[in-house]
Design a protein around this ligand. Sequence first.
Ligand code: HEC
Length: 120
Amino acid sequence: MNITIKALAGVALIAATAGAQAADLDAGKAAFTKFTCATCHGADAKTPTLPTYPILAGQHQDYLTHALRAYKRGAAGAPSTANLRKNAVMGAMVAQLSNADMENIAAWLATLDGPLAVRK
Ligand code: HEC
């Protein structure tokens, strides 16, 4: 029993690691352009066209992925008890994105130099 649980945990860990490595940075950059994210957030993702548009460059990857998924849940009309963000603009933007798009965009944004995060 215990061995089975450890084996399953091992498989889950390998799957999670493989998932993290599967993010495609080039595809993330391409998707950021294709879906016109730069129109508001800036081509470098740190020079937004209005001060109310958040800086994304250098933000933590898991935070960005989480934010995009939360907008998607919000746009999909998930119950208000769910972990979601409701925003008309971003809700419309993420409705076009696949899970892979969100992973790839978040991974690419996290590699950019930006004023948000202090790198170790
Ligand atoms: C029309 C302008 C506009 C466009 C285009 C746009 N965004 Fe946004 N974005 C915003 C605004 C405004 C917010 C803040 C919304 C809020 O208050 O939650 C935001 C928030 C975000 C956040 C959350 C940031 C944080 O710090 O929590 C992410 C991530 C994001 N956008 C990514 C994207 C991506 C990826 C695209 C392209 C698919 C995109 N945005 C297109 C205006 C835009």
